[in-house]
Design a protein around this ligand. Sequence first.
Ligand code: GLU
Length: 384
Amino acid sequence: MFPKVFTDMRTKLLAHVKRVVIKIGSGVISDENGLDSDKIANICDDVEQLRQRGFEVVLVSSAAIAAGKHVLGIKGRPQTIPLKQAAAAIGQSRLMREFKDGFHHHGLQAAQVLLTRDDLANRRRYLNARNTLMTLLEYKVIPIINENDTVVVDELRFGDNDNLSSMVTNLVEAQLLVILSDVDGLYDRDPRQHPEAQLISNVVRITPEIEKMAGNGSSPLGTGGMVTKLKAAKRATLYGAGTAIINGRNSHNLLHLFDGHELGTYFLPARDPMAARKHWIAFTKKPRGKIFLDDGAYNAVAEKGKSLLPSGISRIEGSFERGDAVRLCTLEGQEFAKGVTNYTSSELLRIQGKRTSDIAIILGYQYGDEIVHRDNLVKLETEI
Ligand code: GLU
């Protein structure tokens, strides 16, 4: 299916990698009875090897819930949010302890970083989280990130750690995201139903055809399935990082990957990657409202890449603050872009449809001519 030119492609691509985010799925390091200590120790050994080879490593580990649920006598996946949160509260410290022990005999230190989507959606907190992670790396400590499951409410959730790991890849400016899963990679059809299914080795671009291959299965222990992994790969590759999905249950696959072996599925970084800030706007910031543009403004923003001025706004929806993300829509309601607004919704109600020179007259102050500056605007074709 893919030409031979890919044979030593992985070695070449990996030559540019310095910092790597490794996402560890619940299905890799736990089972119905809780955490698999041997597996975690293996991963720690591999990470130590990678460190020896000069890579900086950030881990995103699932399995807090899987590590705590048996204490509550829960079989299968906990069914309610409080049960999941209680299980995570019990499991997170156990999970960290295993990693701490696994790294300890290599003389390495680990640090726990728990995040919510909200932490990364707020630019200041995003930069704070980034500084913390960069400092840990500078001090050669291994950050182990998970979603802060015990406190997070539904609308603030990353939802799954595949998603979280792709955002962390952007946050720490890693060149590679490795997703350790309990499957071998992306198949051209569901291998559980079609034994003749073929593993896809390399993906140049995530097309709708590739997306169809992911189906909608999910693993019994974690939250994500192949769909969420593909979404994560799409986000990471758009940011300019390669993404590998490999089977983490096979011992030392991680090292084999870095040795250049063609295992799992490798998604090449996008040829035309998004700047980190635009990536953050597109994927991390949650939109709070909508701005509807008249045809002229739509044309200027969508076709000519211009900033949005007040004159082109025909109406707005929702309540938002300066600095929030908003959806930009056509008059018919078709959403076509996402951007960060310089004005609040109540200010926009007063200046919509007016000339730029009227902003200061109407409001008595002005933050700038643009309602949404083109540097803070991302067209939807790149969003998922
Ligand atoms: N944060 C969850 C946990 O640690 C896992 C989420 C996921 O499976 O993606 O148990």
